[in-house]
Design a protein. Structure first.
Length: 132
């Protein structure tokens, strides 16, 4: 379970902010990331690792990954392999295939709001927006 500030967006775009004054603090956040059809498996893997190396990532409370477009070649097995290769993700809940990003249907999160994420061992997920 995790509670934190909702932060994120398109992973490639978020990574363009690295090293600038515009990169938001990752501390105490629930990260919500997705990617478009220009992404592919190796690019997503690399971009996620780059985000993990950012200052404050060790205090991220949870990670939600949006559903991928078919064109990217990402499938559940590849995504699980990527996630398991990131030891930094071990202590936090990670949810994949959420309905937001460059897919339909879409859910909009209030970036900067507060949320609670619960990922159960049986695969069920609960997400509550606490403040927006």
């Amino acid at each position: 379970q995790a509670e934190g500030t909702l932060l994120g967006g398109n992973l490639c775009t978020l990574n363009l902010l690295q090293g600038t004054e515009f990169m938001p603090s990752l501390v105490d956040s629930i990260l919500l990331v997705e990617d478009d059809d220009e992404s592919n498996v190796p690019t997503f893997d690399r971009d996620l690792q780059s985000l993990i190396h950012q200052p404050g990532f060790e205090k991220v409370k949870g990670l939600v990954i949006g559903r991928f477009q078919k064109k990217t070649g990402m499938d559940p097995e590849k995504l699980v392999k990527i996630i398991r290769s990131k030891k930094e993700l071990d202590p936090i809940p990670v949810v994949v295939n959420a309905d937001f990003g460059h897919t339909t249907p879409q859910l909009t999160f209030p970036i900067g709001g507060k949320g609670r994420l619960t990922a159960f061992q049986n695969g069920e997920v609960s997400f509550t927006i606490l403040e927006h």
